[in-house]
Design a protein around this ligand. Structure first.
Ligand code: ADP
Ligand code: MG
Length: 246
């Protein structure tokens, strides 16, 4: 298996507040890693450190053999290689779906408009939104906007995709349509790090599960190990908060 991302002894603090300490993680090409943990445990911060939206205080993050740095001109390149989708879609309201998707590849990557448009349409077709290409964001549902946000990330051809609670703000009936797109990406062999509270989805999509709490990776394992045979009391307790058995 080929390693694509290495997180080595990484510590992150906001001022005096430690978020995590000495985290180690290696992600292989094509692997889907799902990170879960209580609110405030640092899941978003962790993803943001990976594509240098946040500085780290100690350790090293290595992408395909090269250290990730938060300063310098490599940042734009880095963000092309590590795509990110957030809970809030952040589409430009005054641009159509197609214009939103085409903006970065044309302006940043200087690709030809024609070629980018063709790819944008293919990607929109794949997420079931081709007929919405000329709509504005306000004319779309939350689930549709989030699928556009995924296409906008994909068109940059990222080597890794980071998804941070991308269904957390959606009505329940729209969660599925977004998660189905992510499942399809996983089956295509995309490398992804996913933060989610959708445990059934996590189980279906994850090659590896990680439980983050109190600044540490408390437990990790295959989806089956993780959900069927949690080793630590802390993970057992956390998983219980998602079940309603009496
Ligand atoms: P999660 O995504 O797991 O809910 P976050 O990564 O958002 O957690 O936050 C981890 C901790 O860092 C929390 O205590 C949060 O309050 C704090 N934090 C997050 N962002 C900042 C920031 N920009 N400045 C200071 N503290 C922050
Ligand atoms: Mg978060």
């Amino acid at each position: 298996m080929e390693e694509i991302l290495q997180v080595k002894n990484v510590s992150k603090r906001y001022g005096d507040l430690p978020v995590f300490e000495n985290i180690n993680l290696t992600v292989n090409k094509g692997e889907v890693v799902v990170i879960v943990g209580p609110s405030g445990c640092g899941k978003s911060t962790f993803l943001r450190c990976l594509n240098a939206l946040e500085e780290i205080q100690e350790g090293e993050i290595i992408l395909d053999g090269n250290p990730v740095r938060t300063e310098g001109s490599d940042l734009v390149k880095l963000r092309e290689r590590i795509g990110m989708v957030f809970q809030s879609y952040d589409l430009f309201p005054h641009m159509t779906v197609l214009e939103n998707i085409m903006l970065a590849p044309v302006k940043v990557k200087k690709r030809s408009k024609k070629e980018v448009e063709k790819e944008a349409m293919e990607l929109l077709e794949r997420v079931g939104l081709l007929e919405k290409k000329d709509y504005y964001p306000r004319q779309l549902s939350g689930g549709q906007k989030q699928r556009v946000a995924i296409v906008r990330a994909l068109i940059m051809h990222p080597e890794i995709l980071l998804l941070d609670e991308i269904t957390a703000a959606l009505d329940p009936e729209m969660v599925r349509e977004v998660l189905d797109v992510v499942l399809a990406l996983a089956r295509e062999g995309r490398t992804m790090l996913i933060v989610t509270h959708e445990m059934q989805f996590a189980r279906a999509v994850a090659d590896r599960m990680i439980f983050l709490e109190g600044g540490n990776i408390v437990e990790e394992g295959t989806a089956e190990e993780f959900f069927e045979k949690p080793k630590t009391e802390r993970l057992k307790k956390f998983l219980q908060t998602f079940s309603y058995e009496r």
